[in-house]
Design a protein around this ligand. Structure first.
Ligand SMILES: CC(C)(COP(=O)(O)OP(=O)(O)OC[C@H]1O[C@@H](n2cnc3c(N)ncnc32)[C@H](O)[C@@H]1OP(=O)(O)O)[C@@H](O)C(=O)NCCC(=O)NCCS
Length: 174
């Protein structure tokens, strides 16, 4: 029998340090969640505090896999701002602890985000994936529609070699 975390749970708050530990571990091995491998830990912690505050304020919804004090993975939903876009949401910070990747947890989190957005009445989801990684293929394989590429809009390092494309994906919910 294999044991693993129970399915993703909707939570209304998360400890910022716990989120920062996950985010930092994912970043250090090349995860594409807003940072590059050598981003200082303080910068990631500051971002985790902001993200945790958005959840606590109800401006973002968070699904966590595993204990919230030591999450195995997360995914956040960020509703569109204002009357023109609030019928949709963006999927952000999908990440799974490096030693737990490749076991279906990311797919379970993504499915849970889609299900929860549907429950909330959102009509579409969008997300961005970093070019030069396996991620565009990952989302396409999970039914998301590639809708375009913003060329060179992500800067990972200096010079032209430090630029990556942003790949946009869309999922119609109803
Ligand atoms: C992308 C990510 C969330 C996927 O979660 P996961 O639990 O590893 O993925 P699953 O087990 O559900 O699916 C396995 C798939 O991921 C791919 N994959 C990506 N990274 C992998 C890794 N480190 N180990 C194994 N498989 C990996 C596999 O090729 C496989 O693809 P396929 O099933 O389409 O052939 C996870 O790898 C991760 O946290 N990556 C770093 C953070 C990141 O870049 N997030 C994306 C933000 S847009």
């Amino acid at each position: 029998m294999t044991c693993g975390p129970a399915g993703p749970q909707l939570v209304d708050r998360i400890d910022a340090d716990a989120l920062a530990r996950l985010w930092t571990a994912v970043t250090r091995v090349g995860g594409a969640v807003g940072f590059v491998e050598d981003t200082p830990g303080a910068e990631i912690r500051a971002a985790a505090q902001l993200a945790a505050a958005e959840v606590a304020a109800g401006r973002e919804q968070l699904l966590v896999l595993g204990p919230p004090a030591a999450p195995v993975g997360t995914v956040f939903l960020r509703r569109g701002a204002g009357p023109r876009t609030e019928h949709g949401a963006e999927v952000v910070r999908l990440m799974v602890r490096p030693d737990q990747q490749g076991r279906g947890h990311g797919t379970a989190l993504l499915d849970a985000a889609v299900a929860h957005a549907t429950t909330l009445g959102r009509e579409f989801l969008m997300l961005t994936a970093r070019g030069g990684t396996d991620l565009p293929r990952y989302y396409a394989a999970r039914g998301w529609t590639p809708v375009g590429v913003w060329p060179g809009t992500l800067r990972l390092g200096p010079g032209p070699d430090g630029l990556r494309d942003a790949h946009w994906f869309h999922l119609r919910l109803r």
